[in-house]
Design a binder for this molecule. Structure first.
Ligand SMILES: *[C@@H]1O[C@H](CO)[C@@H](O)[C@H](O)[C@H]1NC(C)=O
Ligand SMILES: *[C@@H]1O[C@H](CO)[C@@H](O)[C@H](O)[C@H]1NC(C)=O
Ligand SMILES: *[C@@H]1O[C@H](CO)[C@@H](O)[C@H](O)[C@H]1NC(C)=O
Ligand SMILES: *[C@@H]1O[C@H](CO)[C@@H](O)[C@H](O)[C@H]1NC(C)=O
Ligand SMILES: *[C@@H]1O[C@H](CO)[C@@H](O)[C@H](O)[C@H]1NC(C)=O
Length: 425
Protein backbone atom coordinates (compact mmCIF):
# COMPACT_ATOMS: atom_id res chain seq x y z
CA UNK A 1 0.00 0.00 0.00
CA UNK A 2 2.67 2.42 1.04
CA UNK A 3 4.96 1.42 -1.81
CA UNK A 4 2.14 1.95 -4.28
CA UNK A 5 1.73 5.51 -3.14
CA UNK A 6 5.48 6.17 -3.35
CA UNK A 7 5.58 5.03 -6.96
CA UNK A 8 2.62 7.08 -8.05
CA UNK A 9 4.07 10.20 -6.46
CA UNK A 10 7.29 9.64 -8.28
CA UNK A 11 5.72 9.17 -11.71
CA UNK A 12 3.85 12.42 -11.39
CA UNK A 13 7.10 14.27 -11.39
CA UNK A 14 8.48 12.41 -14.38
CA UNK A 15 5.30 12.63 -16.46
CA UNK A 16 5.05 16.28 -15.77
CA UNK A 17 8.55 16.94 -17.03
CA UNK A 18 8.10 14.90 -20.22
CA UNK A 19 4.85 16.70 -20.77
CA UNK A 20 6.31 20.20 -20.65
CA UNK A 21 8.99 19.41 -23.18
CA UNK A 22 6.44 17.91 -25.60
CA UNK A 23 4.21 20.95 -25.52
CA UNK A 24 6.23 23.06 -27.92
CA UNK A 25 5.28 21.24 -31.16
CA UNK A 26 2.27 22.87 -32.89
CA UNK A 27 -1.11 24.53 -32.43
CA UNK A 28 -3.29 21.41 -32.38
CA UNK A 29 -0.98 19.75 -29.98
CA UNK A 30 -0.94 22.87 -27.85
CA UNK A 31 -4.72 22.68 -27.40
CA UNK A 32 -4.53 19.02 -26.47
CA UNK A 33 -1.57 19.75 -24.28
CA UNK A 34 -3.37 22.52 -22.45
CA UNK A 35 -6.36 20.33 -21.63
CA UNK A 36 -4.06 17.62 -20.38
CA UNK A 37 -1.97 20.24 -18.71
CA UNK A 38 -4.86 21.57 -16.66
CA UNK A 39 -5.93 18.06 -15.72
CA UNK A 40 -2.34 17.22 -14.86
CA UNK A 41 -2.01 20.36 -12.80
CA UNK A 42 -5.14 19.52 -10.81
CA UNK A 43 -3.92 15.97 -10.27
CA UNK A 44 -0.59 17.38 -9.13
CA UNK A 45 -1.94 20.09 -6.86
CA UNK A 46 -4.81 18.11 -5.33
CA UNK A 47 -2.70 15.96 -2.99
CA UNK A 48 -0.87 19.07 -1.82
CA UNK A 49 -4.10 20.93 -1.13
CA UNK A 50 -5.44 17.94 0.74
CA UNK A 51 -2.16 17.57 2.55
CA UNK A 52 -1.91 21.18 3.68
CA UNK A 53 -5.53 21.47 4.77
CA UNK A 54 -4.95 18.24 6.59
CA UNK A 55 -1.98 19.62 8.49
CA UNK A 56 -3.71 22.84 9.40
CA UNK A 57 -7.01 21.44 10.61
CA UNK A 58 -6.14 18.12 12.17
CA UNK A 59 -3.84 17.00 14.91
CA UNK A 60 -1.15 14.47 14.51
CA UNK A 61 -3.23 11.52 15.63
CA UNK A 62 -5.39 11.74 12.49
CA UNK A 63 -2.50 11.59 10.06
CA UNK A 64 -2.04 8.47 7.99
CA UNK A 65 1.07 6.33 7.90
CA UNK A 66 1.39 6.96 4.17
CA UNK A 67 1.57 10.72 4.59
CA UNK A 68 4.75 12.64 4.00
CA UNK A 69 7.17 12.41 6.90
CA UNK A 70 8.16 15.93 7.86
CA UNK A 71 11.72 16.35 9.04
CA UNK A 72 12.85 19.58 10.65
CA UNK A 73 16.57 20.30 10.65
CA UNK A 74 17.04 22.42 13.72
CA UNK A 75 19.52 25.23 13.94
CA UNK A 76 20.42 27.33 16.96
CA UNK A 77 20.12 30.42 14.80
CA UNK A 78 16.76 32.16 14.54
CA UNK A 79 14.60 30.53 11.91
CA UNK A 80 13.52 32.85 9.18
CA UNK A 81 11.99 31.97 5.85
CA UNK A 82 15.39 31.08 4.62
CA UNK A 83 16.52 28.73 1.95
CA UNK A 84 19.80 28.01 3.62
CA UNK A 85 22.99 28.82 1.83
CA UNK A 86 25.83 26.33 1.73
CA UNK A 87 27.15 25.38 5.11
CA UNK A 88 27.72 22.28 7.14
CA UNK A 89 24.22 22.48 8.49
CA UNK A 90 22.61 22.59 5.11
CA UNK A 91 24.10 19.74 3.19
CA UNK A 92 20.56 18.49 2.46
CA UNK A 93 18.27 20.14 -0.05
CA UNK A 94 14.94 21.21 1.40
CA UNK A 95 11.79 19.40 0.29
CA UNK A 96 11.47 15.97 -1.25
CA UNK A 97 14.07 16.61 -3.92
CA UNK A 98 17.01 15.00 -2.15
CA UNK A 99 15.11 11.72 -1.71
CA UNK A 100 14.09 11.69 -5.37
CA UNK A 101 17.57 12.66 -6.59
CA UNK A 102 19.20 9.93 -4.56
CA UNK A 103 16.68 7.40 -5.95
CA UNK A 104 15.68 6.29 -2.46
CA UNK A 105 13.28 3.39 -2.04
CA UNK A 106 11.10 5.67 0.11
CA UNK A 107 10.68 9.23 -1.08
CA UNK A 108 7.74 10.22 1.14
CA UNK A 109 9.96 12.39 3.33
CA UNK A 110 10.14 16.15 3.37
CA UNK A 111 13.09 18.17 4.69
CA UNK A 112 12.73 21.70 5.99
CA UNK A 113 14.91 24.13 7.89
CA UNK A 114 11.98 26.32 8.87
CA UNK A 115 9.79 25.28 11.77
CA UNK A 116 6.94 27.42 10.43
CA UNK A 117 6.54 24.93 7.59
CA UNK A 118 3.98 23.26 9.86
CA UNK A 119 1.64 25.12 12.19
CA UNK A 120 2.44 22.94 15.19
CA UNK A 121 5.93 21.92 16.18
CA UNK A 122 4.47 18.60 17.31
CA UNK A 123 3.50 17.72 13.75
CA UNK A 124 7.07 17.15 12.64
CA UNK A 125 7.76 13.44 12.55
CA UNK A 126 11.40 14.04 13.32
CA UNK A 127 13.68 16.87 14.36
CA UNK A 128 17.35 16.54 13.47
CA UNK A 129 20.00 18.22 15.61
CA UNK A 130 23.43 18.54 14.08
CA UNK A 131 26.53 18.12 16.28
CA UNK A 132 27.56 21.74 15.76
CA UNK A 133 24.14 22.87 16.96
CA UNK A 134 23.99 20.49 19.88
CA UNK A 135 27.41 21.62 21.11
CA UNK A 136 26.15 25.19 21.38
CA UNK A 137 22.54 24.83 22.43
CA UNK A 138 20.87 24.73 25.82
CA UNK A 139 18.23 22.02 25.76
CA UNK A 140 16.09 23.86 28.32
CA UNK A 141 15.91 27.00 26.22
CA UNK A 142 14.82 25.17 23.09
CA UNK A 143 11.93 27.05 21.51
CA UNK A 144 10.22 23.94 20.25
CA UNK A 145 7.16 22.09 21.56
CA UNK A 146 7.81 18.38 21.75
CA UNK A 147 5.35 15.52 21.48
CA UNK A 148 6.09 12.04 22.84
CA UNK A 149 5.50 10.54 19.39
CA UNK A 150 8.17 12.64 17.77
CA UNK A 151 11.70 11.48 17.12
CA UNK A 152 14.57 13.73 18.09
CA UNK A 153 17.62 12.67 16.12
CA UNK A 154 21.26 13.39 16.82
CA UNK A 155 23.26 13.78 13.64
CA UNK A 156 26.99 14.06 13.01
CA UNK A 157 29.48 13.22 10.30
CA UNK A 158 32.27 14.62 12.42
CA UNK A 159 34.24 12.75 15.02
CA UNK A 160 33.50 12.91 18.72
CA UNK A 161 37.14 13.94 19.17
CA UNK A 162 36.20 17.37 17.92
CA UNK A 163 33.31 17.97 20.32
CA UNK A 164 32.70 15.89 23.40
CA UNK A 165 29.17 16.68 24.60
CA UNK A 166 29.01 17.61 28.25
CA UNK A 167 25.50 18.89 29.02
CA UNK A 168 23.77 16.49 31.40
CA UNK A 169 20.36 17.28 29.91
CA UNK A 170 21.39 15.55 26.69
CA UNK A 171 21.44 12.21 28.46
CA UNK A 172 17.83 11.24 27.66
CA UNK A 173 17.09 13.82 25.03
CA UNK A 174 17.50 11.96 21.75
CA UNK A 175 15.46 9.07 20.38
CA UNK A 176 17.81 8.12 17.57
CA UNK A 177 21.37 8.71 16.50
CA UNK A 178 22.50 9.17 12.91
CA UNK A 179 26.29 9.21 12.65
CA UNK A 180 29.33 7.44 11.18
CA UNK A 181 29.41 5.13 14.21
CA UNK A 182 28.16 1.66 13.29
CA UNK A 183 26.22 1.45 16.56
CA UNK A 184 24.01 4.38 15.51
CA UNK A 185 20.30 3.84 14.94
CA UNK A 186 20.92 5.10 11.44
CA UNK A 187 24.56 4.26 10.74
CA UNK A 188 26.11 6.38 8.05
CA UNK A 189 29.67 5.31 7.37
CA UNK A 190 31.74 7.23 4.82
CA UNK A 191 32.04 4.24 2.53
CA UNK A 192 30.06 1.27 1.25
CA UNK A 193 31.42 -2.22 0.61
CA UNK A 194 29.78 -4.14 -2.23
CA UNK A 195 29.69 -7.78 -3.22
CA UNK A 196 31.50 -8.09 -6.57
CA UNK A 197 29.19 -10.84 -7.87
CA UNK A 198 25.73 -9.34 -7.32
CA UNK A 199 26.61 -5.78 -6.24
CA UNK A 200 24.65 -6.10 -3.01
CA UNK A 201 25.82 -4.10 -0.01
CA UNK A 202 27.99 -6.11 2.38
CA UNK A 203 28.91 -3.45 4.92
CA UNK A 204 30.35 -1.86 6.87
CA UNK A 205 28.08 -2.94 9.67
CA UNK A 206 28.49 -4.40 13.15
CA UNK A 207 29.97 -7.84 12.39
CA UNK A 208 30.37 -7.41 8.64
CA UNK A 209 29.83 -10.92 7.18
CA UNK A 210 33.07 -11.51 5.28
CA UNK A 211 33.47 -14.72 3.30
CA UNK A 212 35.61 -17.16 5.22
CA UNK A 213 36.93 -19.35 2.43
CA UNK A 214 39.02 -17.24 0.14
CA UNK A 215 40.28 -18.70 -3.12
CA UNK A 216 43.78 -17.81 -4.18
CA UNK A 217 43.94 -15.44 -7.10
CA UNK A 218 47.02 -15.23 -9.31
CA UNK A 219 45.49 -12.42 -11.28
CA UNK A 220 47.94 -9.80 -10.05
CA UNK A 221 51.19 -11.79 -10.13
CA UNK A 222 52.59 -9.84 -13.09
CA UNK A 223 51.73 -6.49 -11.60
CA UNK A 224 53.38 -7.40 -8.33
CA UNK A 225 56.57 -8.42 -10.13
CA UNK A 226 56.88 -4.92 -11.57
CA UNK A 227 56.78 -3.19 -8.21
CA UNK A 228 60.13 -1.86 -7.08
CA UNK A 229 59.56 0.59 -4.23
CA UNK A 230 58.58 -0.03 -0.65
CA UNK A 231 56.12 2.40 0.91
CA UNK A 232 54.25 5.48 -0.28
CA UNK A 233 51.95 7.86 1.47
CA UNK A 234 49.60 10.06 -0.51
CA UNK A 235 48.44 13.17 1.29
CA UNK A 236 45.83 15.66 0.23
CA UNK A 237 46.54 18.14 3.00
CA UNK A 238 49.61 19.92 4.28
CA UNK A 239 49.17 19.80 8.00
CA UNK A 240 49.68 16.64 9.99
CA UNK A 241 48.92 15.85 13.56
CA UNK A 242 52.20 15.92 15.41
CA UNK A 243 51.48 12.47 16.82
CA UNK A 244 51.39 11.12 13.27
CA UNK A 245 54.56 12.98 12.34
CA UNK A 246 56.51 11.23 15.07
CA UNK A 247 55.21 7.87 13.96
CA UNK A 248 56.10 8.45 10.33
CA UNK A 249 59.58 9.65 11.24
CA UNK A 250 60.23 6.50 13.23
CA UNK A 251 58.79 4.30 10.49
CA UNK A 252 60.99 5.95 7.91
CA UNK A 253 64.09 5.50 10.04
CA UNK A 254 63.32 1.84 10.66
CA UNK A 255 62.73 1.26 6.92
CA UNK A 256 66.04 2.89 6.05
CA UNK A 257 67.85 0.24 8.05
CA UNK A 258 66.58 -2.25 5.44
CA UNK A 259 67.49 0.17 2.63
CA UNK A 260 63.82 0.88 1.92
CA UNK A 261 62.27 4.30 1.57
CA UNK A 262 58.98 5.87 2.58
CA UNK A 263 57.97 8.40 -0.06
CA UNK A 264 55.42 11.05 0.82
CA UNK A 265 53.40 12.64 -1.99
CA UNK A 266 51.31 15.73 -1.39
CA UNK A 267 50.88 19.43 -1.84
CA UNK A 268 53.53 20.27 0.75
CA UNK A 269 55.94 17.37 0.24
CA UNK A 270 59.10 17.13 -1.84
CA UNK A 271 57.35 14.57 -4.08
CA UNK A 272 54.47 16.01 -6.02
CA UNK A 273 51.70 13.99 -7.63
CA UNK A 274 51.93 13.99 -11.44
CA UNK A 275 49.83 16.93 -12.63
CA UNK A 276 48.88 17.61 -9.03
CA UNK A 277 46.23 14.89 -9.35
CA UNK A 278 45.73 12.47 -6.49
CA UNK A 279 44.25 9.94 -8.91
CA UNK A 280 47.45 9.90 -10.99
CA UNK A 281 49.34 9.49 -7.75
CA UNK A 282 47.33 6.39 -6.95
CA UNK A 283 48.02 4.98 -10.44
CA UNK A 284 51.72 5.46 -9.85
CA UNK A 285 51.44 3.95 -6.40
CA UNK A 286 49.70 0.89 -7.81
CA UNK A 287 52.44 0.42 -10.39
CA UNK A 288 55.55 1.01 -8.29
CA UNK A 289 54.85 0.53 -4.60
CA UNK A 290 54.26 -2.55 -2.46
CA UNK A 291 52.65 -0.69 0.44
CA UNK A 292 50.67 2.44 1.12
CA UNK A 293 50.11 4.20 4.40
CA UNK A 294 46.49 5.12 5.16
CA UNK A 295 46.17 7.49 8.07
CA UNK A 296 42.96 8.76 9.65
CA UNK A 297 43.21 12.18 11.18
CA UNK A 298 41.34 11.01 14.28
CA UNK A 299 41.74 7.69 16.03
CA UNK A 300 38.08 7.49 17.06
CA UNK A 301 36.19 4.21 16.82
CA UNK A 302 34.59 3.60 13.39
CA UNK A 303 36.08 6.78 11.99
CA UNK A 304 37.17 5.28 8.66
CA UNK A 305 36.87 7.92 5.97
CA UNK A 306 36.80 8.26 2.19
CA UNK A 307 40.59 7.97 1.93
CA UNK A 308 40.18 4.25 2.62
CA UNK A 309 38.17 3.90 -0.60
CA UNK A 310 41.04 5.24 -2.71
CA UNK A 311 43.40 2.91 -0.91
CA UNK A 312 41.23 -0.18 -1.35
CA UNK A 313 40.67 0.61 -5.01
CA UNK A 314 44.38 0.40 -5.82
CA UNK A 315 46.80 -2.45 -5.76
CA UNK A 316 49.12 -1.92 -2.78
CA UNK A 317 48.71 -3.35 0.69
CA UNK A 318 47.40 -0.67 3.06
CA UNK A 319 49.21 -0.10 6.32
CA UNK A 320 46.44 1.50 8.33
CA UNK A 321 46.87 3.95 11.17
CA UNK A 322 43.52 5.01 12.61
CA UNK A 323 40.97 3.44 14.95
CA UNK A 324 42.06 0.33 16.84
CA UNK A 325 39.63 -1.94 15.09
CA UNK A 326 39.19 -2.14 11.31
CA UNK A 327 37.55 -5.56 11.29
CA UNK A 328 34.15 -4.28 10.14
CA UNK A 329 35.65 -2.10 7.44
CA UNK A 330 38.36 -4.23 5.82
CA UNK A 331 38.31 -7.93 4.92
CA UNK A 332 40.59 -10.11 7.02
CA UNK A 333 43.99 -10.52 5.41
CA UNK A 334 43.72 -7.41 3.26
CA UNK A 335 45.64 -4.91 5.36
CA UNK A 336 48.22 -4.40 8.07
CA UNK A 337 47.11 -2.56 11.19
CA UNK A 338 50.09 -0.50 12.30
CA UNK A 339 48.83 -0.40 15.87
CA UNK A 340 49.07 -4.15 16.35
CA UNK A 341 52.80 -4.32 15.57
CA UNK A 342 55.85 -2.86 17.21
CA UNK A 343 57.86 -0.79 14.75
CA UNK A 344 60.67 -3.35 14.26
CA UNK A 345 58.12 -6.12 13.68
CA UNK A 346 56.13 -4.02 11.25
CA UNK A 347 59.17 -3.28 9.13
CA UNK A 348 60.31 -6.89 9.29
CA UNK A 349 56.90 -7.88 7.91
CA UNK A 350 57.18 -5.32 5.12
CA UNK A 351 60.59 -6.72 4.23
CA UNK A 352 59.33 -10.31 4.33
CA UNK A 353 56.38 -9.61 2.03
CA UNK A 354 58.50 -7.71 -0.47
CA UNK A 355 60.88 -10.65 -0.71
CA UNK A 356 58.05 -13.24 -0.89
CA UNK A 357 55.61 -12.22 -3.64
CA UNK A 358 53.66 -15.47 -3.17
CA UNK A 359 52.77 -14.40 0.34
CA UNK A 360 52.14 -10.86 -0.83
CA UNK A 361 49.49 -12.17 -3.26
CA UNK A 362 47.37 -13.48 -0.40
CA UNK A 363 46.70 -9.91 0.64
CA UNK A 364 44.93 -9.23 -2.67
CA UNK A 365 42.63 -12.27 -2.75
CA UNK A 366 39.73 -10.31 -1.24
CA UNK A 367 39.43 -8.26 -4.43
CA UNK A 368 37.55 -11.13 -6.04
CA UNK A 369 34.72 -10.66 -3.53
CA UNK A 370 34.43 -6.99 -2.67
CA UNK A 371 34.81 -3.46 -3.93
CA UNK A 372 34.57 -0.08 -2.24
CA UNK A 373 32.72 3.14 -2.98
CA UNK A 374 32.44 6.48 -1.22
CA UNK A 375 29.07 7.03 0.45
CA UNK A 376 28.24 10.72 0.09
CA UNK A 377 27.98 12.53 3.41
CA UNK A 378 24.68 13.97 2.23
CA UNK A 379 23.11 10.52 1.78
CA UNK A 380 19.59 10.56 3.27
CA UNK A 381 17.81 7.41 2.04
CA UNK A 382 18.39 5.51 5.27
CA UNK A 383 16.75 8.28 7.29
CA UNK A 384 13.54 8.09 5.24
CA UNK A 385 13.63 4.31 5.25
CA UNK A 386 13.97 4.22 9.03
CA UNK A 387 11.11 6.68 9.48
CA UNK A 388 8.93 4.47 7.29
CA UNK A 389 9.86 1.37 9.24
CA UNK A 390 9.24 3.04 12.61
CA UNK A 391 6.38 1.27 14.39
CA UNK A 392 5.79 3.79 17.19
CA UNK A 393 7.48 1.83 19.96
CA UNK A 394 9.03 4.38 22.30
CA UNK A 395 12.83 4.60 22.17
CA UNK A 396 15.36 6.84 23.86
CA UNK A 397 19.14 6.90 23.59
CA UNK A 398 20.46 6.06 27.06
CA UNK A 399 23.84 7.24 28.30
CA UNK A 400 24.13 9.38 25.25
CA UNK A 401 27.29 11.26 26.25
CA UNK A 402 29.16 8.06 26.93
CA UNK A 403 27.96 6.54 23.68
CA UNK A 404 29.17 9.56 21.77
CA UNK A 405 32.52 9.72 23.53
CA UNK A 406 33.52 7.08 26.08
CA UNK A 407 36.14 9.51 27.42
CA UNK A 408 33.67 12.35 27.82
CA UNK A 409 34.20 12.75 31.57
CA UNK A 410 37.89 13.50 31.19
CA UNK A 411 37.35 15.60 28.09
CA UNK A 412 34.64 17.68 29.75
CA UNK A 413 36.77 18.16 32.83
CA UNK A 414 39.59 19.39 30.62
CA UNK A 415 37.24 21.77 28.81
CA UNK A 416 36.01 23.20 32.10
CA UNK A 417 39.55 23.79 33.32
CA UNK A 418 40.51 25.30 30.02
CA UNK A 419 37.62 27.74 30.21
CA UNK A 420 38.46 28.66 33.78
CA UNK A 421 42.07 29.19 32.89
CA UNK A 422 41.20 31.29 29.86
CA UNK A 423 38.85 33.59 31.70
CA UNK A 424 41.21 34.12 34.61
CA UNK A 425 44.20 35.20 32.55
C1 LIG B 1 9.61 30.99 19.78
O1 LIG B 1 8.99 30.77 18.52
C2 LIG B 1 7.83 31.55 18.28
C3 LIG B 1 7.28 31.14 16.93
O2 LIG B 1 7.26 29.80 16.76
C4 LIG B 1 8.17 33.03 18.32
O3 LIG B 1 6.99 33.77 18.16
C5 LIG B 1 8.84 33.36 19.64
O4 LIG B 1 9.28 34.68 19.62
C6 LIG B 1 10.04 32.44 19.88
N1 LIG B 1 10.59 32.71 21.20
C7 LIG B 1 11.91 32.84 21.42
C8 LIG B 1 12.30 33.08 22.82
O5 LIG B 1 12.73 32.77 20.52
C1 LIG C 1 24.77 -11.82 -3.09
O1 LIG C 1 25.65 -12.90 -2.94
C2 LIG C 1 25.92 -13.28 -1.59
C3 LIG C 1 26.96 -14.35 -1.57
O2 LIG C 1 27.45 -14.66 -2.81
C4 LIG C 1 24.63 -13.71 -0.92
O3 LIG C 1 24.89 -14.05 0.42
C5 LIG C 1 23.63 -12.60 -0.99
O4 LIG C 1 22.40 -13.02 -0.45
C6 LIG C 1 23.42 -12.14 -2.43
N1 LIG C 1 22.57 -10.97 -2.42
C7 LIG C 1 21.59 -10.81 -3.29
C8 LIG C 1 20.79 -9.56 -3.16
O5 LIG C 1 21.36 -11.60 -4.18
C1 LIG D 1 72.04 -1.34 2.46
O1 LIG D 1 72.87 -0.75 1.49
C2 LIG D 1 74.24 -0.65 1.93
C3 LIG D 1 75.00 0.15 0.91
O2 LIG D 1 74.59 -0.13 -0.40
C4 LIG D 1 74.81 -2.05 2.16
O3 LIG D 1 76.13 -1.95 2.60
C5 LIG D 1 73.97 -2.76 3.19
O4 LIG D 1 74.40 -4.08 3.37
C6 LIG D 1 72.48 -2.75 2.78
N1 LIG D 1 71.72 -3.31 3.89
C7 LIG D 1 70.71 -4.21 3.72
C8 LIG D 1 70.00 -4.67 4.95
O5 LIG D 1 70.42 -4.65 2.62
C1 LIG E 1 8.97 -2.23 16.73
O1 LIG E 1 10.30 -2.10 16.27
C2 LIG E 1 11.28 -2.45 17.24
C3 LIG E 1 12.66 -2.10 16.69
O2 LIG E 1 12.73 -2.22 15.31
C4 LIG E 1 11.15 -3.92 17.59
O3 LIG E 1 12.11 -4.28 18.56
C5 LIG E 1 9.75 -4.14 18.15
O4 LIG E 1 9.56 -5.52 18.42
C6 LIG E 1 8.68 -3.65 17.19
N1 LIG E 1 7.39 -3.71 17.86
C7 LIG E 1 6.29 -4.12 17.26
C8 LIG E 1 5.05 -4.09 18.11
O5 LIG E 1 6.28 -4.52 16.11
C1 LIG F 1 11.69 10.16 22.57
O1 LIG F 1 12.38 10.40 23.78
C2 LIG F 1 11.62 11.14 24.72
C3 LIG F 1 12.52 11.47 25.89
O2 LIG F 1 13.04 10.33 26.48
C4 LIG F 1 10.40 10.32 25.11
O3 LIG F 1 9.64 11.06 26.05
C5 LIG F 1 9.59 10.03 23.87
O4 LIG F 1 8.48 9.22 24.17
C6 LIG F 1 10.43 9.37 22.83
N1 LIG F 1 9.66 9.29 21.60
C7 LIG F 1 9.57 8.18 20.88
C8 LIG F 1 8.73 8.27 19.67
O5 LIG F 1 10.14 7.16 21.16
Amino acid sequence: MRDKKDKSMYTYHIKDMVFVSNCKKNFLKITVCCVFGIVGLIVMILPHVLMSSHVVHHRRSTRYPTDLKYILFWSHKKHKNLIPTLSRLTEFQPGQKTFIDQKCRHINCYITYNKKTLTNDEDFDAVVFDLNTVAKMDVNLLNLTRSPEQLYIFRSSETSDKYPLCDHDLEHFFNWTWTYKLSSDIPQPFLTIYNTMNHSIVGPTINTPWVTIVKKTRKYANKIRQKNKAVAWILTKCRLKSKHEDYIREFRYELSRYNYTLDIYGPCSANKCPGGSALKCYKMLEKDYFFQIVVEEYLTEDYVTEVMVSAMSHLAIPIVLGPNDYSNFLPPGSYINAQTFSMPKLVALVDYLIRNPDMYEYFLDWKKYYYYKVRPRSYVCDLCQKLNEFNGTSVTVRHFRHWWDPDYKDECQRLRLFKLFNTET
